[in-house]
Design a protein around this ligand. Structure first.
Ligand code: ATP
Ligand code: MG
Length: 568
């Protein structure tokens, strides 16, 4: 491609709302343009990179027997109503009506659509399992679209779905997809980690997220210093291992704490450590109320509360409800004497000796609280967020945190969709069974941004070789000079013949402009035709390391081949 006629408009200034590097650089280098909040055009350079990611995904999916298809973005509401997700999905699902007032959704995901296709076509175990995938535009009216391609409202996803007659083949497929994702993200040059995750609104059980490690990631990963344990903090189990102090239990006593309501204030007032104060929170859990207790230095993890009660909706009760149910104001509530709501506590609470909790009276707390003695009808389980320094739940090492960008996720869906949508098959005994499903997503456009987050320097993007929009960037510093012009033209031809994908900077710009743009674009190998053109000598520069080589044109392709092979 000749840069003189290339549509790659660079920006001098970065738009003020571009907060993170990938967003800034992709805009500045002309890879993308924003058309509306969370809606982008992929300019020619951006489209090339996107295609590279798609190609890697296709190759790896096809390798394991995936079959590519393409489903519509416009989906009839009836399908979403069959599974109840027309309501459940909420405002994130973009909806529209046709001229006959029929409701449609713009596909946020395709479980319903694929299940409807498969249920109509597959009726017997003999045609299972099957693995289908597509690479397609998805629509989600995100509450906070931001960070450029990381969280868009229109974005590109690879979504795959597998259908099985038994759990064994689903387990095998899940493992295969896990390994395939590992290959895909490795080829994309990402530093990533698969982590145990929460299955969220989609339903199902086993699930892993693939997290590209990055400071700008919106997810926090807890991992072990000594083992391969890694989980989204939403999910990370906390082991029931705590020390119990040998202090002697004292008699329970009510104390005046006046205005002190927060854990800090109560701890200060009574001159105890925060880990002696019991935090009591009233939650509404689907149809009932539950009092949840954790140690003062811990935080309640509502995903765990949700899982424990197998609930769909968990939220903090409002002040009025607290007063009505517990007769005490927020900040003074506690489990002692409470009989009208269920009480659950995090494991750590059980080990507290002579602790503090609210007494369900304004301005009053209990001290010398000993949960095993003083709390009745209470269940202990794992309800808190893991913290750095906690022991790893597998017993090996301690927990540290990292931030991650979720670039992919694999789920075992089970029969959530096949049952509600009537996707059954006849098994070997002629019995009708619901199909067992898995689903597997990769954020293709998000991956592009995650790669830029991990691969850039102060001058621009540094593409890993498998994603680079071009392999070689050929620069002619002064095309007005006949020998430079001619050498440039002949090298352009020669490199293309040698199957290099070449971007040829033949523009009449100053060398400084060309170098700056080349750095910004981040193409791995650069060939510069300059002053020594008359001797047939050019310079090769590696974008990543800045290393340069002077080379005679007769040896150029050999050198490029060698350098390319060594790149990652
Ligand atoms: P998130 O938690 O980030 O909102 P999700 O868990 O809802 O994502 P999935 O339904 O698992 O997303 O979708 C599969 C993949 O699609 C994700 O792993 C992610 O890489 C990508 N993805 C999801 N939402 C967006 C978005 N708004 N913009 C870009 N990519 C997205
Ligand atoms: Mg996800």
């Amino acid at each position: 491609m000749r840069q003189s006629s290339f549509f790659a408009p660079t920006l001098r200034d970065i738009p003020a709302d571009a907060e993170i590097k990938s967003h800034q650089l992709l805009l500045k280098a002309g890879f993308i343009r924003q058309n509306a909040s969370g809606v982008y055009s992929y300019m020619p350079l951006g489209k090339k990179v996107l295609q590279k990611v798609e190609q890697i995904v296709r190759e790896e999916m096809d390798e394991v027997g995936g079959q590519e298809l393409l489903m519509p973005a416009i989906q009839p509401a009836e399908l979403w109503q069959e599974t109840g997700r027309w309501e459940i999905y909420g405002p994130e699902l973009m909806r529209l009506k046709d001229r006959h007032e029929r409701n449609f959704a713009l596909g946020a995901t395709h479980e319903e659509l694929i299940t409807s296709l498969v249920r109509d076509e597959i009726k017997t175990y003999k045609r299972l399992p099957v693995l289908l995938y597509q690479i397609q535009t998805k629509y989600r009216d995100e509450k906070r679209p931001r960070f450029g391609l990381l969280r868009g409202r229109e974005f590109i996803m690879k979504d795959a779905y597998s259908f099985h007659g038994d759990h064994e083949t689903l387990d095998e497929m899940y493992k295969l997809m896990y390994d395939t994702y590992t290959k895909v993200f490795t080829r994309c040059g990402l530093n990533f980690r698969p982590v145990v995750a929460d299955s969220g609104a989609i339903g199902g059980k086993d699930t892993h997220e693939f997290m590209a490690l990055s400071e700008v990631g919106e997810d926090t990963i807890a991992y072990s210093t000594e083992s391969d344990f890694a989980a989204n903090i939403e999910m990370a189990q906390v082991a029931d291992v705590y020390d119990k102090s040998s202090e002697e239990a004292q008699p329970l006593e009510k104390v005046q704490t006046d205005e002190a309501k927060t854990i800090e204030d109560v701890a200060k007032k009574l001159n105890v450590q925060k880990d002696k104060v019991i935090k009591s929170l009233l939650f509404s859990v689907d149809e009932e109320y539950v009092l949840v207790l954790v140690r003062g230095d811990h935080e309640v993890n509502d995903v765990k509360v949700k899982h424990f009660f197998e609930a769909t909706n968990v939220e903090l009760a409002d002040d009025e409800t607290v007063l009505e149910k517990l007769q005490g104001p927020v900040g003074n509530i506690g489990p002692i004497g409470v009989e009208n709501v269920k009480i659950v506590a995090d494991y750590a609470v059980k080990y507290i000796v002579n602790g503090v909790c609210g007494a369900n009276e304004a301005g009053i707390h209990y001290k010398n609280v000993n949960p095993e003695r003083d709390f009745v009808s209470i269940e202990y389980t794992d309800l808190r967020f893991i913290q750095e320094g906690d022991p790893s739940p597998d017993g090996k090492g301690t927990i540290v945190f990292a931030e991650g960008i979720e670039v992919g996720q694999v789920f075992k869906l089970g029969t959530r969709y096949s049952e509600t949508m009537g996707a059954g098959f006849l098994d070997e005994n002629g019995k009708n069974q619901p199909m067992i499903m898995g689903c597997y997503g990769i954020g293709v456009s998000r991956t592009v941004a995650a790669v830029v987050e991990q691969h850039h320097d102060e001058n621009g993007i540094v593409w890993p070789k498998e994603l680079a929009p071009y392999g070689v960037h050929l620069l002619v510093l002064n095309p007005k000079k006949e020998e430079q012009h001619e050498l440039g033209e002949s090298l352009y031809k020669q490199l293309k013949e040698a199957s290099y994908d070449v971007l040829f900077d033949d523009r009449k710009e100053r060398p400084g402009v060309k170098f700056a743009d080349a750095d910004l674009f981040g193409i791995p190998l650069r060939v510069v035709v300059g002053k020594k053109a008359d001797e047939g000598i050019v310079e090769v520069k590696l974008r990543k390391t800045g290393e340069t080589f002077e080379v005679h044109v007769s040896e150029l392709t050999e050198l490029l081949k060698k350098q390319w092979a060594e790149l990652s």
